[in-house]
Design a binder for this molecule. Sequence first.
Ligand code: URP
Ligand code: ZN
Ligand code: ZN
Length: 478
Amino acid sequence: MQAFDLIIRNANVVTAADGFLCDIGVRDGRIVALGLGLQGAAEEVDARGRTVTPGGIDSHVHLDQPTGDGSVMADDFESGTRSAACGGTTTVIPFACQQKGQSLRAAVEDYHRRADGRALIDYAFHLIVTDPTEDVLCRELPELIAEGYTSFKIYMTYDALKLNDREILETLSVARAEGAMVMLHAENSDCIAWLTERLLAAGLSAPRYHATSRPMLVEREATHRAIALAELVDVPILIVHVSGREAIEQIHWAQSHGLKVYGETCPQYLFLTADSLGCDDSFEGAKCICSPPPRDAGNQQVVWDGLQNGSFEVFSSDHAPFRYGGPDGKRAHGETAPFSEVANGIPGVETRMALLWSEGVRKGRITPQAFVALTATNAARLYGLYPRKGSIAIGSDADLVIWDEDLDIELTNEMLHHNVDYTPYEGMRLSAWPAMTFARGEQVWDGSPLGEPGRGEFLPCARPEPAKARRRASELPE
Ligand code: URP
Ligand code: ZN
Ligand code: ZN
């Protein structure tokens, strides 16, 4: 028997901390040796001159998630995870969303049925808590956390999803007691409703007014409030899809006061602006409707700064796949629906890694190590998947990307593998793309998608270390 199933030879390995040249020995889907001159493998791949990073963890994606408003997500677990793998992502964490009135357990069981036998890469679930009844808070949530669903999202906006402040406090208290990570969608719902009503009454209903209806201050206020509520409960939180300066300032404030407040941002806040929603009243801008909306060039720079200076832990896609054409995507409420009725979200699971490598690493804005931390390692730590996922280390899963660099390619939707009929990044020039993606040692991308649906496994998550609450003064030993 050979010592290894696979050796990736002469790899310029990058982790969140280091960069070194070595061979990577893989057996039974795990990295079992890092060294020079490894011998004895059934298969060898020469990576000479190429960077090898951990496979990406996209810790914020929406796949086959019921929406309840007539729109349908275009990607299920098969197309979504195939697309992810083609872009260098080897783990996704989508959301099992509780409908109001539904038990959390039923939402999780339904979501497993949607994933079972379909995924091409490994996946875990976040929960979305929309109905924190006594049974949910006292029984279901603690039970599910113990079973490996150790993170959940809370919405402060969207009528069908949002919690009020009291409900947020109760839910945060459970997270504190049980050691779960809480993700917050921070936008002030009433401000948005008030602005939306006025805009629509004035006949301003085109997609571009989506951005007008959700200005930065509604995100700033909700981010501030989320932080204050978490401070009161004394529990770590993660603010998702942060779009610009004012929200980042709130996170800085919290961090500088010793609070465990983590931040996530996404490609749309680096590469799109409010102008992407249109400069006229055409419906085309619906392609870029997402929340919070993209801002402006100044805010893009502040988001880049945040990636450089450690304000953000996570760079995820917030892949929310709705087709532009057809009756059940962006046009589910009509050919020219008002912005308030257009499905929120944009695709991006396949483009996340290459965009950040091309525009971030290759242009000298972030180090390769920061890239790895932002796209893989930090998510693994924050959501209880480390060290199995998110690193190139002995014992970790052999989830690996071998990069092609010095490219000059035009990004088009045609080259992507999602089931969406557009990419918001159409026409951008990229200098890098994954040449090969390995998921647990099996090649899932070599320029063409490989691997069978169902090979991806469900990953129960541990209670994440970063979700541990600080010990209260009253709990400290004398
Ligand atoms: O517009 C967005 N971001 N849609 C996806 C759902 C969410 O809030 O993350
Ligand atoms: Zn959100
Ligand atoms: Zn999302």
